[in-house]
Design a protein around this ligand. Structure first.
Ligand code: CO
Ligand code: ZN
Length: 333
């Protein structure tokens, strides 16, 4: 990673963007790519759509801007905030974490005294923003406000650790590929989607509106390479993964083959992925109108939906390379 990439990735990862609150991320991405595309717009849902015009097939590339978070459901007399999840948030993972609100208010997640830790549920937990009364808290936070994990990006020798790698790393890969593509006859729609963590909502309307010939989502996937992990053939650092199936999509054989062939032709390492839980934007894209052949390019990631998600720098670079090569080739389906 060069200095500019480091700066961009840090900005993308550390910025606030729980589902439905993607404005900051959208602004960063728009500024970053505006000089590289023919047209750029935001749709009704909030998806950022950047177009590289071409005469060939219409390809939609989707990476989601939103991250998981919490939503305030109540404020008690002593100024403690009750909350619920926005997307997949585990109570165990959240305990002791710091969360950040849109206006910069910082909170700490605590829990009630419990006999048994197995009883830990989000409704036994609260956020402490240092307020002493309901009125004091209400000046800073209202019912319905969202917060996301607060953690700086850390770059290790081989890996990157951060909150929000799901799916800002996908946004980063799409941005870098978009910049590197020299020429392509395909018409490319880079869509930075909203509300993926709530059920692939942004991708659904964007795909309907754009009516693409082919869809590719860029997102993180799990790995099976940690102690006593749920068995899975994907490992960190062994290359980006070509998805075969997850809970939302069975990838189209043409798209899968195109990804594999391109990787082989360019000597880019890759892995095949079957994810037994979770979904991605392609789950929505492939069911659009009368169906859109879709696939997913995944970035292997440990500790997904925690404040310390982890990806390999090599996998990220190879994902950028593979996506660039896929999109540069004239697509015929
Ligand atoms: Co996610
Ligand atoms: Zn994701």
């Amino acid at each position: 990673m060069n200095h500019e990439q480091h700066t961009l990735l840090k900005k993308l990862l550390e910025s606030y963007g729980p589902s439905g609150n993607e404005e900051k991320i959208r602004d960063i991405i728009r500024e970053e790519i505006r000089d590289y595309v023919t047209e750029i717009r935001t749709d009704t849902m909030g998806n950022l759509i950047a177009i590289k015009k071409g005469s060939g097939k219409k390809v939609m590339i989707a990476s989601h801007m939103d991250e998981i978070g919490v939503i305030i459901t109540g404020i008690d007399e002593k100024g403690f905030l009750r909350f619920s999840n926005v997307g997949g948030v585990s109570p165990y993972v959240s305990l002791g974490q710091r969360v950040l609100f849109q206006d910069g208010t910082l909170g700490v997640i605590g829990m009630e005294d419990l006999e048994n830790m197995k009883d830990l549920k989000l409704n036994k937990m609260y956020i402490d923003i240092g307020a002493e009364t309901k009125e004091e808290a209400a000046k800073k936070v209202q019912i319905g406000d969202m917060a996301c994990f607060y953690q700086p990006m850390a770059v290790l020798e081989k890996n990157i650790v951060s909150k929000g790698l799901d799916d800002r790393i996908g946004c980063f890969v799409a941005i870098e590929a978009l910049k590197r593509i020299q020429s392509s006859t395909n018409e490319l729609y880079f869509v930075f989607t909203v509300q993926e963590e709530l059920g692939l909502r942004g991708a659904r309307t964007a795909a309907y509106g754009l009516n693409p010939d082919l869809g590719i989502a860029i997102d993180v996937t799990s790995t099976g390479d940690t102690p006593k992990a749920k068995p899975m053939a994907v490992e960190l650092g062994k290359g980006p993964a070509v998805k075969v199936m997850d809970k939302s999509v069975l990838c189209h054989p043409i798209v899968k083959k195109m990804m594999i062939d391109t990787a082989n032709q360019n000597q880019i390492p890759y892995q095949l992925e079957v994810l037994e839980f979770g979904g991605t934007d392609s789950g929505a894209i492939h069911l659009t109108r009368s169906g859109v052949p879709s696939g997913v390019l995944s970035i292997p990631c440990r500790y997904i939906h925690t404040p310390s998600e982890m990806v390999s720098k090599n996998d990220v670079e190879n994902a950028i390379l593979l996506l660039t090569k896929i999109l540069e080739k004239p697509i015929s389906i």
